[in-house]
Design a protein around this ligand. Structure first.
Ligand code: EPZ
Length: 415
C-alpha cells in the first residue's frame, strides 16, 4: 500500500497551477448522459474520483476518450437504466446519474451511494424533488428504482440548499415538460458551472437570487466546456503556505470563489493578494485564532474546515470552529491530537488551543479533506509524518507530493 512520507519544517515558497474543480468535473461528466451527441470537456483533473465517474458513465453506454485534461464523451451504445454498485458505492457523486437516466429513459435503478466517512449523507432531498417532478420512487434495501413516463415541471422547495440535490434536479428538469422552479438551491460555484454547461447543451435555465428556473426542452445537444478551477485545491495550498509560514502563489484560480477563505485567512493575520487569476498568501508568524462556522456557499466551505483546523492548531490562542454542514467531519482530529494539537470536541464544535509545535506521527487519511489536513500538519510538524490510506487523498488532489515538492516540501510517495 502506498503512503506519504513527510519531513516537516520547511517553509513553502513558489507558485503552483491549480487543476480543474473535481466537484464541477463530476456532475459535468454525468450531464453528458442527457444527450447522445458528443460533449467535450476541458480542464478535467486526473483524479481517482474522475476515473470512477468516467467508468460509471462508460458502464451506462457512453464512450470516453481522455487525452490529458481533455475528455470527449460520445454515444457508445444504448443507454442502460441500471447503474453498477461497484461505482456508486465508491463515490456518492455517481448517484447523480439517477435524474438524467430517468429523464432520458423513463426509468432507472441506482444503488444507494457510498463516499466519505463524514457523517450520514441521506438522499431524501434528491428523491423528494424527483417525486415532485412526477417520478414514482421505490426505495429498495440497497438501491432506488424510479420511473416516470414523462417528467413534468414543478415547484420544488428545498428545505436545505444541497449541492447534489440541486444538481440532480436541475439535470432532470432540463428534459421535463414545462417549467420547474427550484427554491432555495445550492449556490456553490460548481453548481453554477454545471448550469453553464447545461445551457451550452441547449437547456433553458435562469438563476435568480433564491431560485433556479428551468424550462424543459425535448432534447439536449452536445457542447464544449471548460470546467472552473478547483477552489478547494487552491484553498488547501494557501493553507499549506499559511501553516508553514511561507509565501505561495496559486495560479489559474477565480479569486472570488475563494473570498470566504481569504476573509478568514486575513482575520488570522495572513497577507493575501488577489490578482486576476492568482492569489498570493504570505505569512511569517503564527496565525491569530479565529471563530468560524461552516455554511453553504457563500459561507465558509466545509471542505476547507479540516485544513483550516490543522492551521489553527498552531495559532497563538483559542479558535472555535463549528461544523454546520456535515455531522461527523472532525474524524481526523484524534490524529491531529496525536501530533500534539490541543482540540476539544463537543457536538458540532471544535475548540482548538494553539500549540507552538506539532510532532510527526503515523496517521491514516480517513477522507479527502481530512487527508489534506494531516498532510498540512505533517508539513509543519517536527520530524517525520507517515500518512496511509493515500487513496483517499488521491480522490481529490492530483499529484499532491509533486506539487508540494515544487514548493520546497520534503514529501515522498512510498510503497
Ligand atoms: C458536495 O457533496 C460535494 N461533493 C462535497 O465535497 C461537499 O462537501 C458538499 O457538497 C458540501 O459543499 C461533490 O460535489 C461531488 P450536500 P453533496 O448534498 O452534494 C444533507 C469533497 O471532499 N443532505 O450539499 O453530497 C447532507 O447530509 C466532497 O470534495 C440531506 O440531508 O453535499 C449534508 O449534511 C465531500 N439530504 C448536507 O445536506 C439530501 O438528500 C450537505 O450535503 C442531501 C443532502
Amino acid at each position: 500500500m502506498e503512503h506519504l512520507s513527510i519531513k516537516g519544517g520547511r517553509r513553502l515558497t513558489g507558485s503552483i497551477n491549480v487543476e480543474g474543480a473535481k466537484n464541477a468535473a463530476l456532475p459535468a461528466c454525468v450531464a453528458t448522459l442527457l444527450t447522445d451527441e458528443p460533449v467535450i470537456l476541458h480542464r478535467i483533473p486526473q483524479l481517482r474520483d474522475v476515473s470512477t465517474i468516467l467508468a460509471t458513465i462508460t458502464s451506462l453506454g457512453k464512450r470516453v476518450t481522455r487525452e490529458g485534461d481533455r475528455v470527449e464523451i460520445t454515444h457508445g451504445g444504448a443507454l442502460k437504466a441500471e447503474a453498477e454498485a461497484r461505482y456508486v458505492k465508491q463515490m456518492r457523486a455517481s448517484f447523480l446519474v439517477l435524474g438524467p437516466l430517468l429523464a432520458r429513459l423513463g426509468h432507472a435503478v441506482v444503488p444507494l451511494p457510498g463516499g466519505c466517512t463524514i457523517g450520514p449523507r441521506p438522499i431524501d432531498l434528491h428523491l423528494q424533488g424527483l417525486k415532485r417532478l412526477g417520478a414514482t420512487i421505490e426505495e429498495r434495501v440497497d438501491s432506488v428504482a424510479v420511473s416516470a413516463e414523462q417528467l413534468r415541471g414543478a415547484r420544488i422547495d428545498l428545505p436545505y440548499p444541497s449541492v447534489g440535490a440541486t444538481e440532480q434536479l436541475v439535470m432532470a428538469a432540463t428534459l421535463a415538460k414545462g417549467e420547474t422552479w427550484i427554491e432555495n438551491p445550492a449556490k456553490e460555484p460548481e453548481v453554477a458551472d454545471l448550469i453553464d454547461l447545461l445551457r451550452k447543451m441547449g437547456a433553458q435555465i435562469e438563476v435568480a437570487p433564491t431560485a433556479i428556473r428551468v424550462v424543459g426542452t425535448e432534447s439536449i445537444h452536445g457542447a464544449e466546456h471548460t470546467v472552473i478551477p478547483d477552489r478547494l485545491e487552491a484553498g488547501t495550498y494557501l493553507l499549506a503556505a499559511a501553516i508553514t509560514g511561507g509565501e505561495v502563489e496559486v495560479r489559474g484560480v477565480v479569486p472570488k470563489h475563494l473570498r470566504p477563505l481569504l476573509a478568514v485567512l486575513k482575520e488570522a493575520g495572513m497577507m493575501c493578494f488577489e490578482g486576476n487569476d492568482t492569489i498570493v498568501l504570505a505569512n511569517t508568524e503564527r496565525p491569530h485564532p479565529v471563530q468560524v462556522s461552516t455554511a453553504p456557499h457563500p459561507g465558509f466551505p466545509t471542505d476547507l474546515q479540516p485544513p483550516l483546523v490543522a492551521m489553527l492548531s498552531l495559532a497563538r490562542g483559542k479558535s472555535v470552529i463549528e461544523e454546520m454542514v456535515f455531522e461527523r467531519r472532525f474524524g481526523y482530529t484524534p490524529s491531529l491530537k496525536r501530533m500534539g494539537a490541543h482540540i476539544v470536541l463537543t457536538d458540532r464544535t471544535a475548540t482548538i488551543t494553539g500549540v507552538s509545535t506539532l510532532w510527526g506521527a503515523e496517521v491514516d487519511a480517513p477522507d479527502i479533506r481530512a487527508g489534506a489536513a494531516l498532510v498540512l500538519a505533517g508539513l509543519a510538524a517536527q520530524g517525520f509524518t507517515r500518512i496511509s490510506q493515500l487513496e483517499q487523498i488521491d480522490r481529490g488532489y492530483a499529484k499532491i507530493e509533486v506539487k508540494l515538492s515544487l514548493l520546497g516540501a520534503q514529501i515522498e510517495r512510498e510503497r
